[in-house]
Design a protein around this ligand. Structure first.
Ligand SMILES: Nc1nc2c(ncn2[C@@H]2O[C@H](COP(=O)(O)OP(=O)(O)OP(=O)(O)O)[C@@H](O)[C@H]2O)c(=O)[nH]1
Ligand SMILES: [Mg+2]
Length: 204
């Protein structure tokens, strides 16, 4: 799959000295929703990836429909960093999407302030398991629809109903390959998390 950024395009390769706060966030979602693509789009450092070729064992277990170019899957995590403003650095941990790696989330979620959950409307029911895991762990989340070409578009309110989201849970849409739209969804998540902190709703 390769890195999304070439070295000459790296914006920052060190944490600026002005940064006083760092936050760990998960980028979660079921198999193939675009987590690795998302972390690659927003990270200002060359993202760490743990991609392996999808094996025969996955065929029939993971739904590959609508993912013609997908030949690899994340087996441990993605890692990226983005300095959101001069004081705040976000450390992004993309989770593996295959069900067999679900136990790995246990460790990945330690210390995470929140999660951005990507969903694909072509297999929206698969998001339920992801949302349940986060709720069980007490990790607050926002949801972003990754708009794949060819996928039917639905009003966000319909998606909110389908996912049975709480009224306050932020719901946005993006294209995981588009840095600005992806960043906007991250900003929405961070604002939500900070607002919860100031109102005493820590989620843990
Ligand atoms: N058209 C389109 N394709 C996308 C988008 N995001 C990701 N893709 C493609 O969809 C496939 C899956 O993307 P990944 O980023 O590997 O998805 P993932 O969620 O990390 O997958 P796992 O780690 O296997 O769960 C890849 O072939 C991407 O190139 C998008 O916004 N639009
Ligand atoms: Mg991945």
């Amino acid at each position: 799959m390769g890195s999304a950024l070439s070295p000459s395009e790296l914006v920052v390769d060190y944490v600026p000295q002005t940064v006083t706060r760092s936050v760990k966030l998960l980028v979660a979602g079921n198999f193939g929703v675009g987590k690795t693509t998302f972390v690659g789009s927003v990270s200002e450092i060359r993202p760490l990836r743990t991609e392996e070729t999808i094996t025969e064992a996955s065929v029939g277990i993971d739904d590959m429909a609508g993912l013609p170019g997908k030949s690899t899957t994340t087996v441990a995590m993605d890692f990226g960093r983005i300095t959101l403003n001069s004081q705040l650095a976000l450390y992004l941990f993309g989770t593996p999407g295959q069900r067999r790696f679900l136990p790995m989330w246990e460790e990945l979620s330690v210390g995470a302030l929140g999660a951005l959950v990507l969903v694909d409307t072509r297999r929206i029911e698969k998001a339920d398991e992801v949302l349940s895991v986060l709720e069980e762990r007490g990790v607050p989340y926002s949801v972003a629809v990754n708009e794949f070409e060819g996928a039917q578009r639905f009003p966000l309110e319909e998606i909110r109903d389908a996912l049975d989201l709480a009224p306050g849970t932020p719901l946005t849409s993006l294209d995981a390959r588009d840095r600005m739209r992806s960043l906007q969804s991250l900003i929405t998540l961070v604002e939500y998390l900070f607002q919860r902190q100031t109102t005493g709703l820590t989620g843990r």
